[in-house]
Design a protein. Structure first.
Length: 387
């Protein structure tokens, strides 16, 4: 090696030294970027989804100092052959089923266990929806029809200038945002690199300039809309999202483990998909919603907000999936049937009429397939009917 270096031009030697120094200086950023590039690979996806804090910047939330709220054990429900086939085909890692608040089934797969804190992906959107209902009830936000720039002035002059809080809650901002996970240069993947490299999510969002429709007119799933909701909540309440969620939701619920958020390099929580909890704690959140926001006798989320946020209100196309305020409903949803959903098979499914809550975590690399979401909802309905 020394002989090789001896005959290299001086400029080349300087370049090599600089590259080595940059590699050391930017080691953490490079490590996170490499983690993003292999996050969903077949051999790593299961482990990655239970250990996101090993590769990304994070911020922990304390579960509080109170006792863990128990999940009373009810009559056991056992999956049959068809359900077990579905579990295998969909690469399920955790399944928790509640009926009238009682634990009827719990199982874990692919080497994972009940203590794993699992990435929510877009289920996190329903948590930020709950939080905006809380700050609205507290009077920190005057109206959902207020413009987002009133609480997030950094968005003035961006594509969000002119959108209301209601518009972004409904995913009807009209902002151009390419959510193709298979395209390296898509907006969603550029956003992932912003997160990995420790850059600013706020700056990235304020840099979006294009719209495809007037705000409020057209529904299109745009994940960055949820970051805007987070900016609004931070601006209205004057506090970071993890602090607010810990105080108003996490600590009062008696969860099992300290949750955490992925963050950008400025400590801003990745509210559109970076929350990490156990599967049982996801089920607790769903059960709290099923009980109209009440948990252990305490009103956690206002009941009127739960009613408003979990019914169809977005301008979705007829016959297609429906959307509320960061919650999904099937095209043929019955009253009180709705769900939070994240990529790769994360769900909190609620059927209020049947008293059922199902929390599902998966590492399903085939989640984009035609009809997969419909199959999952059909399976949840089948399970609910059997309990």
């Amino acid at each position: 090696m020394r002989k090789v270096l001896k005959f290299l031009p001086r400029a080349a030697l300087v370049l090599i030294v600089l590259l080595v120094l940059v590699g050391v200086w930017k080691r953490e950023q490079i490590t996170r970027l490499l983690a993003v590039n292999s996050l969903f690979s077949e051999e790593k996806i299961v482990g990655n989804f239970s250990n996101m804090d090993s590769a990304f910047l994070t911020r922990s939330m304390s579960r509080g100092d109170g006792p863990v709220t128990p999940l009373p054990i009810g009559e056991n429900w056992a999956p049959d052959a068809a359900v077990n086939t579905w579990i295998k085909d969909r690469a399920v890692t955790g399944l928790v089923v509640l009926k009238d608040g009682q634990l009827r089934h719990e199982s874990y797969y692919l080497g994972t266990g009940p203590k794993d804190r699992r990435i929510s992906w877009s289920m996190a959107k329903s948590y930020i929806s709950a939080l905006i209902g809380i700050v609205l009830d507290r009077g920190d936000i005057a109206s959902l029809d207020d413009p987002v720039v009133q609480y997030a002035p950094a968005l003035k002059g961006s594509a969000y200038d002119g959108a209301s809080i209601r518009n972004v809650l409904n995913m009807a901002s009209g902002v151009v945002f390419d959510e193709d996970y298979l395209d390296f240069n898509s907006d969603i993947n550029r956003m992932g690199r912003v997160l990995a490299l420790g850059r600013s999510m706020d700056q990235f969002t304020a840099g979006l300039q294009e719209s495809f429709a007037p705000a409020g007119k057209t529904w299109q799933y745009v994940s960055i809309d949820t970051h805007v909701i987070g900016m609004v909540v931070r601006g209205a309440a004057g506090r970071p999202i993890p602090e607010l969620l810990q105080e108003h939701v996490i600590a009062p619920m008696g969860l099992e483990a300290d949750p955490y958020y992925l963050t950008d390099g400025y400590g801003v929580a990745f509210v559109l998909g970076g929350l990490n909890l156990t599967t049982r704690d996801y089920a607790r959140f769903g059960e709290m919603f099923r009980q109209d926001g009440i948990w252990n006798g305490q009103q956690i989320v206002p009941a009127d907000w739960i009613a408003a946020s979990t019914r169809p209100s977005a301008p979705t196309a007829p016959g297609k999936e429906q959307y509320g305020y960061q919650w999904w409903m099937a095209p043929d949803a019955t009253e009180g049937e709705y769900y939070a959903r994240g990529i790769y098979g994360q769900y909190i499914y609620i059927d209020k009429a049947r008293g059922v809550v199902i929390a599902l975590n998966s590492a399903d690399r085939g989640f984009r397939g035609d009809g997969v979401n419909d199959q999952n909802i059909a399976m949840f309905r089948r399970i609910a009917a059997e309990l």
